[in-house]
Ligand binder design. Structure first.
Ligand SMILES: Nc1ncnc2c1ncn2[C@@H]1O[C@H](COP(=O)(O)OP(=O)(O)OP(=O)(O)O)[C@@H](O)[C@H]1O
Ligand SMILES: [Mg+2]
Length: 286
């Protein structure tokens, strides 16, 4: 079976992101797409026998929702994101991405995927990497460079626009990947541990940026993270996954708690309880 969409899939993939879309991105407010995951299972063949990475995953992610996936290493988080991104066909089940109504005239849906490892093009400068998805879809040089510089500024890398990836730190490269994903104003944003390599201050400023972008564009966002506080700070809903095979364990709905959520709020009894429950889900002692 395959991942399905209501409109043709993008053929373009960029270095750090798999971006989908075409035409000049507009500045108008957009809305996120709906993600419907139904009965998804995945088995990888391997030399030592088949590996069942995912089983019976059913999940609907509403337009504009921010969902975090939390689970121990090897429980199938990246496999699930690869399937939602359309990079991997699941062995069972379907994923349907329904574009937002106002995207009806666009030729392609707009998804961006920040993978666990950055995939920037080494011969391009930071600004050229960020502008690359726009270049692929025919946005004029002046506009794409202006937008790429704006995003680099927002991720704190204005002074590094002309550097190549080999001249940047791991955290800086990850920030270039984030800028590259956001330059597209995607309707669906998929992120696999995007902040893992970053210091606490940079992390927090990028959290703010993400929340701003979500408020501005209504982007449907799926974040994979090992950091339960990060998930509690950002999400409308947290999904915990169990390993071998990867299955959904439980969900935590946080829509009653407005964002941004301060560090202090995350220490209140309600969040402490959620934190402990998630740790218990993942098999840690509380
Ligand atoms: N290409 C592959 N071939 C064979 N097995 C694979 C392949 N990719 C992943 N797996 C297996 O599928 C399972 C899930 O892997 P996945 O990468 O999705 O885990 P993850 O939750 O993202 O882990 P981490 O938190 O370490 O990134 C693991 O048991 C892994 O060994
Ligand atoms: Mg992974």
């Amino acid at each position: 079976m395959t991942t399905t969409e209501q409109r043709p899939r993008a053929t373009a993939e960029t270095s750090g992101t798999a971006a989908a879309g075409t035409g000049a991105p507009d500045r108008a407010t957009r809305s996120g797409g709906e993600i419907l995951i139904q009965g998804v299972g995945h088995v990888f063949p391997s030399d030592t026998g088949p590996v069942e990475a995912l089983r019976d995953i059913d999940l609907r992610i509403a337009p504009g929702e921010f969902v975090s996936l939390v689970g121990t290493s090897g429980c199938g988080k990246s496999t699930l994101l690869n399937i939602v991104a359309g990079l991997l066909s699941p062995t069972r089940g379907t994923v349907t991405i329904t574009p937002a109504a106002q995207d009806a005239d666009a030729r392609l849906p707009r998804r961006a995927y920040i993978t666990q490892d950055d995939r920037l093009l080494p011969w391009r400068t930071a600004v050229q990497n960020v502008a690359f998805p726009l270049e692929l879809h025919g946005v004029g040089k002046r506009e794409r460079l202006a937008r790429a510089h704006e995003l680099l500024d927002r991720v704190g890398l204005a002074d590094f626009a002309q550097r190549r990836p080999s001249e940047l730190s791991g955290g800086m490269r990850q920030r270039v990947s984030i800028a590259q994903a956001l330059v597209y104003r995607p309707a669906v944003l998929l992120m696999d541990e995007p902040f893992g390599a970053l210091d606490a201050w940079t992390r927090e400023s990028l959290h703010e940026l993400l929340l701003d972008v979500q408020a501005e564009l209504g982007t449907t966002t799926v974040l994979v993270t090992h950091d339960v506080f990060e998930a509690m700070g950002l999400s409308d809903r947290i999904i915990t996954l169990a390993p071998r095979p990867g299955r959904i364990l439980r969900e935590y709905v946080l829509t009653d708690f407005p964002r941004p959520r301060s560090h202090r709020e995350l220490q209140t009894p309600h969040f402490v309880e959620i934190h402990e429950q998630i740790r218990a889900d993942l098999g840690f002692r509380t």
